[in-house]
Design a protein around this ligand. Structure first.
Ligand code: G3I
Ligand code: 9MR
Length: 586
């Protein structure tokens, strides 16, 4: 009897040891790593309790021991999770978290500059989206490909919705360059606006970091930081979208219908510029005004560019003043004109935030109080998280960024504005310690919309802004929780940046990644992430999740949960860059 019991115990013990040596999908953490002095957390889903260890990847050497926290229930899925906090481990190296009876985590690194590769990779992601230029192996590696839309974008038709006296229907325009918006091959001014604005803000907030932020692009080595060179690729396209006759800006340049899953150089359908819109004009005005002040010091390398940007911004603003009601309504356009346009709408119904952003940027660049007075910059006390349809805070970030050089008119509003931005950040970090995943992202199921990864990234950017205003490290710590979320500490277990992490997104809805015949997707691109409504929106088969935070499939048909987009990548670049720049403070 005793022998049998001992044998049974021995078998159980062995089983436990073996299980402990297996990779467990239940342990979720940032799959890239941690700064030596920063917080380090893994989440253990399920009912395991008690001790955990951090060991070398061969599991032989224990370098840290701790106890799992009490269970916390995930408010969205109802699942229990515990926290393994190993912030006390500050030694550089590669390690895994081991939870007896559960298994071990993916390996991660502890070191300085641990997120530099993600920062570089996510900015490089924009290079892969470039239009009108070959991507040779020297810069694009395995994802080298011929230029797309070389002919198409130099022979663009004016859609009947966009005709003007000087540009009647059928007029042919040249509007090359820019980045593909997302998994599709169209170019949309509204989405370009927030994207470039966010990238340029990283430069304005962390200029020194951006000097050494090199991505191995054709322009690397010139006197302009790569972040600015990359942004210029899209800015130059944006400039061509302005009608020189009246300053209006076409809403988008697009094929009437989305292409199939083909490579860019094989996508040869006719393209159109479609109706001018007030949202396009104002986003354009904002970003051109910002570019105007940023490129001013580069007048030797880029003669005339800064002034052209400011002139373009002012003209777009003036067009918007004359056409404040010209919103982009695709259904109405399709009722009136042919061919019907069925690509992305970016159809915002409220331009009040675009007015705020444009006014703030034009005011800061030109120092002309008239812009500050032209719109109600503070219509209410709301602090809405930035997205393509909501750019109010981009204007506010700019006002506080330039606080010291503002005119008295604006300076009087600044104390209140700063308080509100800090209040917004305080709301974001409230109760994060009660969350199952200990992240700012996901306190509410509302966070899991189409492009939820950008919700996480933009929350992170807002917290970086609060840190810059207060120097209070709690904002920085919380910004990092969302970066950890994007890199694996989330309810899906995926690292959402292609080419990074161990549980990788392999099948994004991204035409080049699907069509290039290479198994690995184009790297450095941020997957949209879980979206509670995705099954209804893309009707892709394969969703099995029952909660919004898990509603994600790594399938290329899932454009509502697994597309990539430039306006999602930009706050990722910002967050990764800012965290790297501020790593010593963490
Ligand atoms: O914001 C509301 C939210 O308040 C509400 O609770 C929720 C409930 O459904 O909906 C939210 O709105 C959603 C919105 O995305 C959130 O940003 C809409 O339902 C959803 O339809 C909308 O999706 C947009 C999608 O195009 C479809 O139009 C995405 O924002 C937008 O990023 C995406 O952009 C596409 C372009 O059109 C084409 N190129 C690819 C790009 C990325 O997928
Ligand atoms: O590829 C398109 C993607 O970029 C958009 O975000 C998405 C929603 O507008 O639409 C995708 O295109 C799909 C189209 O809407 C319906 N037919 C299938 C297309 C994907 O192959």
């Amino acid at each position: 009897m005793l022998r049998q019991t001992l044998a049974a115990l021995f078998i159980t013990f062995c089983a436990l040891v073996v299980r402990a040596q297996e990779l467990s999908p239940l342990i979720r953490l940032n799959q890239i790593g941690f700064y030596p002095n920063a917080a380090k957390i893994a989440i253990v889903v399920g009912d395991a309790a008690g001790e955990f260890q951090v060991t070398t990847p061969d599991l032989k050497k224990v370098v840290f021991k701790g106890t799992l926290s009490a269970a916390r229930q995930n408010a969205i899925s109802g699942k229990n999770a515990r926290t393994a906090d190993f912030s006390g481990l500050k030694t550089a190296g590669t390690f895994v978290v081991v939870v007896p009876g559960v298994g071990h985590s993916y390996p991660f690194e502890i070191k300085n500059d641990v997120h530099r590769a993600v920062a570089i990779g996510s900015l490089k992601g924009f290079y892969y989206q470039r239009i009108s230029i070959d991507l040779p192996p020297q810069y694009a590696g395995a994802w080298s490909r011929p230029a797309g839309h070389v002919q198409e974008d130099t022979h663009v038709l004016v859609h009947p919705s966009a005709v003007s006296p000087g540009r009647p229907e059928g007029t042919v325009l040249s509007s090359p360059r820019g980045w593909y918006d997302a998994g599709d091959y169209n170019k949309y001014i509204v989405n370009s606006g927030i994207t470039v604005g966010t990238l340029l803000s990283l430069y304005e907030d962390f200029p020194q970091f951006c000097q050494q932020f090199e991505t191995n692009i054709p322009e690397s080595g010139n006197k302009i930081p790569d972040l600015l060179d990359e942004s210029l690729w899209n800015l130059r396209w944006m400039l061509t979208m302005q009608d020189p006759a009246d300053g209006g800006v076409y809403h988008k340049l697009t094929n009437p219908r989305f292409d199939g899953m083909i490579m860019p150089d094989k996508a040869n359908k006719e393209r159109y510029v479609v109706q001018k819109s007030v949202t396009a004009a104002l986003d354009f005005a904002a970003v051109m005004a910002q570019a105007g002040r940023i490129f001013k010091p580069f007048s030797r390398e880029l003669p005339g560019l800064a002034d052209s940007c400011v002139t373009a911004a002012v003209r777009a603003w003036e067009w918007a003043r004359k056409n404040p009601n010209q919103l982009y309504r695709q259904n109405e356009i399709n009722e009136k004109f042919d061919p019907d346009v069925l690509s992305g709408e970016y159809g915002d119904r409220d331009a009040s935030d675009e007015w705020i952003w444009a006014a703030a940027e034009l005011y800061v660049t030109t120092r002309d109080d008239a812009y500050y007075k032209a719109v109600n910059l503070f219509p209410d006390e709301k602090m809405p998280l930035p997205s393509w349809a909501q750019v109010r805070l981009l204007g506010y970030y700019t006002l506080v960024r330039f606080e010291k050089s503002l005119s008295p008119l604006a300076r009087k509003d600044l104390p209140k504005l700063k308080k509100q931005l800090i209040g917004f950040a305080d709301g974001l970090i409230l109760d994060v310690d009660k969350q199952a995943y200990q992240t700012v992202m996901g306190k509410s199921a509302q966070d899991y919309i189409w492009g939820s990864s950008a919700v996480a990234a933009n929350q992170g950017v807002a917290l970086i802004q609060a840190y810059r205003l207060t120097s209070d490290k709690k904002y920085l710590r919380n910004a990092l929780t969302n970066f950890d979320y994007l890199l694996g500490r989330n309810a899906t277990g995926y690292c959402f940046v292609t080419g990074f992490g161990d549980k990788q997104v392999m099948n994004p809805h991204h035409r080049p990644s699907v069509a290039d015949g290479i198994e690995a997707p184009v790297p450095g691109l941020l997957s949209g992430g879980p979206n509670g409504n995705a099954p209804k929106q893309d009707k892709c088969a394969g969703y099995t999740a029952s909660s919004a935070d898990e509603m994600f499939i790594d399938s290329s048909c899932s454009y509502a949960s697994n597309e990539i987009a430039i306006n999602w990548n930009a706050p990722l670049v910002y967050l990764a860059g800012a965290l790297e720049a501020l790593q010593k403070a963490q």
